[in-house]
Design a protein around this ligand. Structure first.
Ligand SMILES: Nc1ncnc2c1ncn2[C@@H]1O[C@H](COP(=O)(O)OP(=O)(O)OP(=O)(O)O)[C@@H](O)[C@H]1O
Ligand SMILES: [Mg+2]
Length: 374
């Protein structure tokens, strides 16, 4: 990336709690976000997303490490000195102020004229559809309206960075989809560098240039949607990203002129070793066991060397999701055509060796993706 806006370098957050063990919420976080880049922070509840945003904005101190924004170190500065706009998970609107004044408050130090302030509020209120409640107080509006007011208060500012903590989590799906499109246009048009937290992969895919996947306080992978799907760095990312997520099985590796993955009680998959690049052969060949993964979309249904009993077959309107009983587990397959087979019947299928992802059985780190080394 040519132009970096935000650099997070070796950042840890350890919460000290009286009479209880400390919580290591964020661990050795390194991240660089480009100017104008839109980043999604994705991960399960408690993985450290809010802690990360609050440290960048200055509402939590970093325990170790440094943060630079727009060319200057900021981790020691108070929130007001960082030029970061944040929409909080709990909205944090000021109860004694109307929605309009809450938004205007964010502009009070900007030296804008009264007309410019009024115009900016009008624009952002239209964007998030809160024009009709501008004169109401936070206690008299719904959670979804408070959330939009809080989002408007962050977006109205001219800041070096926008941090949006689950900015649309409370909204109903239709409005959410519309707002998502408008938000994307605004961020792109104005080149607003932003990090937003979401639990929704569709939202992350639709809005973000890159997605940061966190788990247990550790950044697991920071990459494009395509790279997360095609080249997941480890088993966590492989089974977290993708709907439905990747199927994984423990396999024994038999090496020879064929490289063979044998799943106990399940299929055996093999490559002609000569077809694999040396780096892949070297990486896989040292092991006697591995975890192998295959995306549901890569399971070929209807023909092939393997056979399995159908556990469920659901047509979702534009695709079928099938669960097959394989090696005592479920192998989930997605087909874009309807599959005329009922639960209890058997179905033939094929797994292409080139679609296999191989992971280290101990660490879960990716070893190879198809015929490419990880
Ligand atoms: N002030 C605090 N004191 C002690 N522990 C805290 C504090 N704030 C957060 N934690 C703990 O730190 C960890 C990370 O919390 P954080 O709020 O950053 O997670 P999150 O990814 O935002 O989760 P969610 O998706 O539920 O919002 C959790 O174990 C949480 O309980
Ligand atoms: Mg949170």
């Amino acid at each position: 990336m040519s132009d970096i806006a935000l650099t997070i370098d070796g950042v840890d957050k350890i919460y000290q709690r009286r009479g209880k063990p400390p919580v290591h919420a964020v661990k050795a976080l390194d991240m660089a976000v480009g100017k104008g880049e839109i980043v999604a922070l994705l991960g399960s509840s408690g993985c450290g997303k809010t802690s990360t945003l609050r440290m960048i904005a200055g509402f939590e101190a970093v325990t170790h490490g440094s943060i630079s924004l727009a060319g200057r170190r900021i981790e020691h500065l108070p929130p007001a000195g960082r030029n970061v706009a944040m929409a909080f998970e709990g909205y944090s609107l000021y109860p004694p102020l109307t929605v309009r004044d809450n938004i205007a408050f964010a502009l009070k130090s900007s030296r804008m004229s009264a007309e410019d302030i009024a115009r900016s509020i009008g624009e952002v209120a239209a964007l998030v559809e809160i024009e009709k409640i501008l004169d109401r107080y936070p206690s008299s509006i719904s959670g979804g309206q408070q959330q939009r007011a809080s989002l408007a208060r962050a977006l109205v500012r001219r800041a070096d960075l926008y941090l949006l903590d689950e900015p649309m989590g409370q909204l109903e799906p239709q409005l959410r989809a519309v707002l998502r499109g408008r938000l994307k246009n605004l961020l792109v048009e104005r080149g607003m560098t932003s990090i937003f937290v979401t639990h929704d992969q569709t939202e992350a895919n639709a809005l973000a240039d890159r997605i940061a996947v966190m788990e247990g306080g550790v950044l697991q992978q920071f990459a494009s949607q395509k790279a997360l799907k095609e080249r997941p760095a480890n088993l966590f990312v492989a089974t977290f990203i993708g709907e439905p997520p990747m199927n994984v099985f423990d396999a024994r590796i038999e090496n020879g002129d064929r490289l063979r993955f044998a799943v106990a009680g399940g299929p055996t998959l093999d490559f002609a070793a000569a077809d694999l690049p040396q780096a892949v052969r070297a990486a896989i060949g040292q092991r006697s066991e591995a975890v192998i993964g295959v995306r549901p979309h890569a399971v070929r249904l209807g023909a092939g060397p393997h056979e399995a009993r159908i556990v469920s077959n659901q047509w979702l309107g534009d695709q079928s999701h099938l669960a097959l009983e394989v090696a005592g587990k479920l192998l989930v397959a997605v087909s874009h055509a309807a599959v005329a087979a009922r639960p209890g019947e058997t179905l033939r299928y094929a797994l292409n060796a080139a679609d296999l992802h191989v992971f280290d059985a101990g660490s879960g780190a990716a070893v190879s993706h198809g015929t490419e080394a990880a």
